[in-house]
Design a protein around this ligand. Structure first.
Ligand SMILES: O=C(O)[C@H](O)[C@@H](O)[C@H](O)[C@H](O)COP(=O)(O)O
Length: 223
């Protein structure tokens, strides 16, 4: 794991947007398309705001979430909504969106079709992840009902419920996250930094983020 510390979060978000954009551009030099996976939650919005205006061939970028909360797009908690409002706008409106949500009561009902649609996107070219203070990443939560499956199974996509998550989740498995060609994790604040340090000494079963730290660049700013 490589840790990059920034003087402030605003600078970090702009730098990260540039890093991600140049990785996508490099990927497009040698491949037909680049797959780009990003988290939801409260942290990545400013990165999306910078990235969406970048001049690159967005029509060849396939954008997906690392995980989704099983709520309709009209919900404030929908990561799909965040993506559509903050990333898939401006120049990035040309990007191809690969959904991780479809209308249904439970994620299990849509798992086969959503998983199938991921086939041409793997391995992920460029990936950004977030992390919770409880050491979850994507929606691989400590104590989740499908934790073992998400960490050690061969499925690409896993539906799960966890004490720390108010609604059912769907998440890329650790297997898929680890196979991404380029991996970045973005965290803000002292609490998450302490959680990261703790996770480095724990097993993924206790600290799911530990599963992806090897080979990942972590970007951190205190505030
Ligand atoms: O849907 C989600 O919640 C995310 O994709 C999740 O993995 C997120 O990255 C972390 O929970 C951090 O969330 P914050 O950025 O809101 O702290």
């Amino acid at each position: 794991m490589e840790l990059v510390e920034y003087p402030d979060a605003e600078m970090m978000m702009m730098d990260l947007a540039n890093i991600l954009a140049s990785e996508l551009k490099n990927c497009l030099l040698v491949h037909d398309h680049a797959s780009f996976a990003v988290p939801g939650g409260t942290t990545p919005g400013p990165i999306f705001d910078s990235l969406c205006g970048v001049d690159l061939d967005w029509s060849r970028v396939h954008v997906m979430l690392t995980d989704e909360r099983w709520v309709p797009e009209t919900s404030e908690r929908s990561n799909t909504r965040l993506l559509k409002e903050r990333l898939l706008v401006d120049r990035a409106a040309e990007a191809v969106y690969v959904p991780l949500y479809a209308e249904a009561e439970t994620p299990e009902e849509k798992l086969p079709e959503l998983s199938e649609a991921l086939t041409p996107e793997l391995p992920i070219s460029v990936m950004l992840l977030g992390m919770g203070a409880d050491m979850h990443t994507a929606s691989i939560f400590p104590g989740a009902d499908q934790l073992e499956h998400a960490l050690h199974g061969s499925d690409r996509l896993v539906a799960m419920r966890a004490p720390g998550a108010p609604e059912p989740r769907i998440t890329l498995s650790a297997n898929v996250l680890k196979s991404a060609m380029s991996r970045h994790l973005v965290i803000v604040g002292a609490e998450k930094r302490a959680a990261l340090e703790k996770a480095r000494h724990l097993s993924p079963d206790e600290a799911p983020v530990a599963a992806i730290l090897n080979g990942t660049t972590v970007h951190w700013a205190e505030r």
